[in-house]
Design a protein around this ligand. Sequence first.
Ligand SMILES: [Zn+2]
Length: 202
Amino acid sequence: MTELPSQYHRNLPYGERMSADELIGDSLFPFEGDLQVVPLADPELPEPLRAGEPGGKPCYTCTDPDKFVIWRDDQWHLKAFENHGLPFVAVLEPREHYRLDNLPPELTATLGVMIQRVAGAIGRIDAVGRTHFSRWGDGSEHFHLWFLARPLGQMQLRGAMLALWDDLLPNVPSEQHQEHVRLVAAALAEDGGEAVDLPATE
Ligand SMILES: [Zn+2]
């Protein structure tokens, strides 16, 4: 194993399986019965390069800037994805390639406004109770913010397990997905920017 980088790491039981007891029986945990946690893997250092990092795979967004885009303005675009179980799954990205730490002030200034606008637009879908957002950035360097719509009234889907439920629920039918896309893109365009053509079916 590479040298462990911190006291935190030295405390961890590598190769061992944690107990799932803390989660089993929790009202928001989507699994029951016998569950085995995978053994804790060793740290990988240095970490593998993300797409878009120098020396890594090319940036997905900069390679194909229009793919999945349903709305854009001069600074931002919103992508929406088919074949998901939640009523709407989308990603907000700056059109230019930035990381969170080097996002210029003109983009950090409008990020909050965009979060509010995107959540509001997704909330127009009748199936949606609340729209959550999260920044996971371990796959691609190009800054991107995920939006996950929780179905109305499905209180079992509250919290971080929502991302798992997205994989567990049956996919939204293609036609319905396209209706949702049109509605969200049009709602965003009401306050600026342009709705763009529907993304091609995957
Ligand atoms: Zn990029």
